[in-house]
Design a protein around this ligand. Sequence first.
Ligand code: CA
Length: 226
Amino acid sequence: MVIPNDLKCVIFDMDGVLYDSMKNHEITWKQAFEAEGIEFPGYEAYMHEGRPGHETIAYVFKNYINKEASQQDMDRVYAEKVRLMAKAPLAEKMPMIDELIEMLRKNGIAVWVVTGSGQPTLLSRLSRDFGIEDEHIISAKDVSKGKPHPEPYLKAVEGSGFSAAQCMVVENAPLGVCSAKAAGIITIAVNTGVLEDEVLSREGADIVLCDTTSLYSYVLAYFEAG
Ligand code: CA
């Protein structure tokens, strides 16, 4: 059991943890690069999840067509990605997340969200879907350095008023795990995407679970053990 004995606060990542939204990112990246004549393998969307869009585009140009992406290239591809995302289907909530958050609250545990996303569509749903208010959300606009830098998670810990040792992070992405561990926080990875478990353990995940239903059972066992 990796959950801290004195748990006071759980900090959730958003895409791929609270919402089943990574498929939309995978498909729209694929289509945006297709328009450039670049074949983009889906797993790259998961490898780079959380990275600013322009950086992902620069990486793909360099590694797949051996070209230094210009500002124009990056703006054009990113605009297409954003346009496609706006038309993508509404992302469902992940299984058992409602029940998990309810269990945490019942046990007096604070619930925070840290996300690299600046997308208003999902951010605005956090309050309505899970009762998570703005004051408990660290998003792209709140940080100067995004994941994998520790700043986003450090900000959440500071805002929560608890110590890093009293917090726990739930992440699905390698860069997110890296960020949380660099902030000194116990991190549970839920592997809801297409990567191998080792990719997440390599970044320092304290445990890798296969989905959010397993996460619910794992946290339930913690409370049942008292
Ligand atoms: Ca994520």
